[in-house]
Design a protein. Sequence first.
Length: 154
Amino acid sequence: MSSAEKCPRTEAISALVDDELAEPARAALDAHVAGCAICAPVLAEFRQLRTTFAALPDVTPNVDFAFLVDRRIAAADVPKPKPKPRPQRWRWWQLAPATLGGALSLSLGVYLGGTLMLGSQATAQHAALQMAAFTAIPPGALCPALQACNSMGR
Ligand SMILES: [Zn+2]
């Protein structure tokens, strides 16, 4: 990747810092960041932040915040959210128009297909009659034997 290509999303650079990328993506992102004037400072800033956060001491609160929040919620007497209504099931009369439309569409397709088949059969017979004028023996040609010309129907 070069700097002319599209820069990766910030989340991808963060994943690179957190060592969360698989090898092909990691190598491609490393190559891009090495040559990109936009992404290189972002990567450096993310690494600095990671180092700074790692240096912070672990803080363990001596208060159970979940208990305090639950108690405040109970004291506020907040109404519970209504359960979501069940998704409506389709009734037969709601599906009737779609079923009727589908049946009409299929019937029309079968009817139009049938008319096409009948028309093509008549056209094929007509074309066969026209092509009967062209035989292997040109008009006025001599028959080498009488059966040769009679076998063609002449
Ligand atoms: Zn970039």
